[in-house]
Design a protein around this ligand. Sequence first.
Ligand SMILES: Cc1cc2nc3c(=O)[nH]c(=O)nc-3n(C[C@H](O)[C@H](O)[C@H](O)COP(=O)(O)OP(=O)(O)OC[C@H]3O[C@@H](n4cnc5c(N)ncnc54)[C@H](O)[C@@H]3O)c2cc1C
Ligand code: FES
Ligand code: FES
Length: 504
Amino acid sequence: MTERPIRFFHRGAITEVRGVAATRSVLDWLREDQHCTGTKEGCAEGDCGACTVVLGELDTQGQLQLRPVNACIQFVPTLDGRALFTVEDIAALAAATAATPAVSAPAPLHPVQQCLVDCHGSQCGFCTPGFVMSLWASYERHQTAGTLPTRQQLADDLAGNLCRCTGYRPILDAGEQMFTRPPARLPRQAVADVLFTLAQDAPLQTAEGFHAPRTRADFAQLRQARPQAQVLAGSTDIGLWVTKQFRVLPELIYIGRVAELQRVDVYADSLWIGAAAPLDAAWQALAQDWPSLREVWLRFASPPIRSSGTMGGNVANGSPIGDAAPVLMALGAEVELQQGEQLRRLPLQDFYLDYMQNALQPGEFLSGISVPRPQTAAGAAPLLRVYKISKRFDCDISAVCAGLWLQLEDGVVRGARLAFGGMAGTVRRAGQAENALLGQPWNEAALQAAQAALARDFTPLTDMRASAGYRLQVAQNLLRRFWLETRPENPLPAAALSVWEAAR
Ligand SMILES: Cc1cc2nc3c(=O)[nH]c(=O)nc-3n(C[C@H](O)[C@H](O)[C@H](O)COP(=O)(O)OP(=O)(O)OC[C@H]3O[C@@H](n4cnc5c(N)ncnc54)[C@H](O)[C@@H]3O)c2cc1C
Ligand code: FES
Ligand code: FES
């Protein structure tokens, strides 16, 4: 690879950037270098949404896809080959669409902006550019598809945007009303044409130590040749090392341009989740097979985090309170590890060695995750539930996350995988509780034995999220809830288990 500038589409033209640090945030570049100060900084850790911008890129069919991201934790070189839209572009779109205004008339607003004004969706206004961008991504997606979002879908789209002033009703009202205005659309084909031109550029390598190979073989070769370099995926963990811990990182090898590793492949008996596949794509595929995963999918961070972060990054990072590992362990997933041309597979539970330590060798990387699919052959379908316990419903880190999987035959437990996050230094299976269930009828006596065994499986810690006593109690209670939902006789109906279902 030869060094070249970072090139992307911004403010209607191809922008070239040189000499920028590999970890310079898109937010700092926008505000400090470009003086595009519409985009705001709130938390600088992906939590508040004030910095939301929208990225455009081509999908495998050459169609433009838009996704919101948090500019505060995205690094500038990752913009290469993509389109960057900020709140400044939105007003420009409205101006381009409107009839020529009288000289003294104020500049027209985009329907998203006008509806926020009309519905009183903004007070201090600090959060508003972020809301505009999340709503605009939703607006473009639905206009393109010819659909209208429900109020709940709008609320889900805004789960990563925090407003301290207005309350969400007027913002959701604006979200509904923006579709009733004369449309102001992005000229998608023109943007796609520019992205097609950018796609002809050579893979990016900067003098500041950012490498973005395009093929799996090149990625593997670079990783092996530079074992000291940091693999960068969605930077939703790594971004915070820079903005919160002020860490100076070694050179970065970016996996986000390796198309082969961005795929989610569906086979008859398994799903293959490429290490660079966005969290949303991975959760969508999992929830297709296991509808009970929908809630944990939507409660995993927020749309901007899920569109940039990867499930591979979540698994490789190995946080004991990560939400993907309990689910994947309960499903019996394996990780695929690659070093040069060598591949090996490990059951996920064997990947974690100790707190934030995994089985990756120098020069090795996680290439994908293989997840068995439910088989429809004779016999009862396996049971799966995932419960996330956190202080906030949306966009919060778990205190405890339980992935619970059982295979029953004639009411007797023939297979059990009970995986918990937040209960030990790594996400782990509860071996003693599983053994207490195997071969037993799925009844209250077996449940109680498994609940008691959980106390032998885990010695949780007390920290700012929860006390040790709470964690153990809640893990035992979640096992009971699982039994109440799935017991062969009188399982509780959904309305008895969820306030959302009860409210329907
Ligand atoms: C606001 C916010 C909310 C969040 N909410 C949640 C939540 O609800 N639940 C949850 O579990 N997590 C949550 N997270 C954490 C984070 O989003 C996830 O851990 C995410 O999946 C990390 O993926 P990434 O692609 O961004 O990884 P990165 O940040 O790019 O990398 C993370 C680590 O994994 C390594 N890595 C990445 N890919 C590979 C690979 N292929 N091979 C080897 N090493 C690799 C990197 O070197 C780094 O050490 C949240 C984060 C934020 C900022
Ligand atoms: S500044 Fe809060 S999400 Fe980026
Ligand atoms: S209007 Fe003040 S934070 Fe949202």
